[in-house]
Ligand binder design. Sequence first.
Ligand code: SF4
Length: 429
Amino acid sequence: MRLLNAKCSKLTANRLPLGIYISVPFCRTKCSFCNFASGVFSRALFDQYVQQLCSDIESSGAIARELGGLLDRRVDSIYLGGGTPSVLAPDQLKRIFETVRNTFDVERSAEITVECAPGTITGEILQSLADCGVNRVSLGVQSFIDKECSSVGRLHTRAVTLDDIARLRAAGIGNISIDLIAGLPHQIADTWQTSLSETLATGVPHVSVYMLEVDEDSRLGNELLAGGSRYHAHFVPNDDLTADLYLAACERLEKAGVQQYEISNFARPVTHGFGLRDSRHNLKYWTRQPYIGFGADAHSMLPATAELNARGIEAVRFATPDSLESYTSAGGRVQQLLASRSLIDREAALEECFFLGLRMNRGISFSALQKQFGNDVVETYAPIFAELVEAGLLEKPASGLRLTPRGRLLSNEVFARFLKTSSPRTTLA
Ligand code: SF4
């Protein structure tokens, strides 16, 4: 393909400082809809896990070299996700942040986010978040209707959520994001509107709205696929209603000035990033900026070393095992990561630009693509663009492409059209 012969693009161009993702796979209970590699584990394991995590952070320079990645020491975002990081003990949280700060140069203005489940933010945890420099909290609210929360195994209520938000603000952490799920058992249009009203009334600057995923990796998903009634499966809205709830959220949030900037993400205006109170960390994923992940089931993408670059490789992606047992098993971290490594050549990088760039409401810019991949890139993909525009899934703003509202609902189908040409290579050609 001619694209491969175009001059080598540089992932290094306009490269931002590194983002760090840290996975904490521990939860108080396992939500019935959850398909993440997280679970309820004995507290005795927490310390072993934190020790392993800190050891990996300290070894990150050597690990990156072995994987063929360039690791920037400058860090402008840290994201502790999971799982529920707020179930860790305060001293465990402090050890993680101390290790990060001792290993990397964390910028003073870095965005430092911790995911918390409402009801887990004790006074001690709140103090340690503030002591660790955490300036953003992502709250897994999912719904403001108590019955909907309890039906999926969440332990919090509306009152607990509102109290947590007030306490976070009183502690100086006003940059709060609320997660909501469309498609929970018992949810109907009215209760969904109530959750949206409550969310807007809090005035939080960021909201994420996800549609319930139905797959065999969660108990609820399994039950739905089997047509059963455990886990309130028979009270789950059908696909059409779930899609309507999602679209209603897009409309309602937008009208209230909480603008959609990505398929699942909405933010109030400020003056950074897209001019919105967006998630700096997540923007790194969608704009293909470097990040490194630590802990179980943590993914990384780093620019390739000059040696790999000379062989047509732009970036390396790798991930840790998703099982806690494999992650904490002694030794072999580099071998584990090498086994998962994908070498991203120019074609794979181009595909990523399509399916990551289209996630964002601003879409992809033809001139940016041409600058990076050569003038013929738009022509090469023109038939796919035309087909998706014809199907009403993509639209053409002035000089690029973006998903239509319907395209956002069917985004996986759209992205699949850009994965036909090749997939990321796992070995050197
Ligand atoms: S708290 Fe989050 S990570 Fe934990 S089980 Fe529930 S949805 Fe999954």
